[in-house]
Write a protein that binds this ligand. Structure first.
Ligand code: URA
Length: 209
């Protein structure tokens, strides 16, 4: 079973409160999502390998450490996942960005992939899939399956808010995938919205409705 990490940091909790607040407009919402993604990046990247590097400080020679150069890929699920990319890229400027687009079949309600563009060296990369809302888990599971079908073997899922139903669905379908959340909410309502949640993440990010 993949690990579930729910962030426990005052800055993340504080910013998440304003993200949830319906009075927060798109500009501030976008900024806050970016900031929370960046703060979460600290935990999501905690297990990155380091290597020694010889350097000279103004005072002496020393051996210090840098990231071992493991290749990373950030994959937002379109469109709301885009809101988390900039924050992650500010921490990981060398990461490549793939995209997965999914829509829900109106009859079967199954997620159908309409777009997938990943870096060419999929097998060598560690991927971080981003989607602010992990509701039923349908989109996250389909996106992770798309990555695996193209050769990805190391995948993490990073969301702002999840419902327990979504966490369970991903853990069952992809027990190798660790999940990182800023908040774990109570439940889904009858329209598959997370309660209390934040509403429609894509609409709030991009000012649509
Ligand atoms: N997607 C959203 O944007 N919000 C939810 O509450 C659930 C899915």
């Amino acid at each position: 079973m993949g690990e579930l990490y729910v962030m426990d940091h005052p800055l993340i909790k504080h910013k998440l409160t304003y993200i949830r607040d319906k009075r927060t407009g798109s500009k501030e919402f976008r900024e806050l999502v970016k900031e929370v993604a960046m703060l979460m990046g600290y935990e999501v990247t905690r297990n990155l390998e380091l290597r020694d590097k010889e350097i000279e400080t103004p005072v002496s020679k020393t051996t210090s450490q840098v990231i071992a150069g493991k290749k990373l890929g950030i994959v937002p699920i379109l469109r709301a996942g885009l809101g988390m990319v900039e924050g992650m890229l500010s921490l990981l400027p060398a990461a490549k960005v793939g995209h997965v687009g999914l829509y829900r079949d109106p009859e079967t309600l199954e997620p159908i992939e309409y777009y997938c563009k990943l870096p060419s060296d999929v097998e060598e990369r560690e991927f971080i899939v981003t989607d602010p809302m992990l509701a039923t888990g349908g989109s996250a599971n389909a996106a992770i399956t798309s990555l695996k079908n193209r050769g990805a073997t190391n995948i993490r899922l990073m969301c702002l808010i999840a419902a327990p139903e979504g966490v369970k669905a991903v853990q069952e379908a992809h027990p190798d995938v660790d999940i990182y959340l800023a908040g774990l909410d109570e439940k889904l309502n009858d329209h598959a919205y997370i309660v209390p949640g934040l509403g429609d993440a894509g609409d709030r990010l991009f000012g649509t409705k």
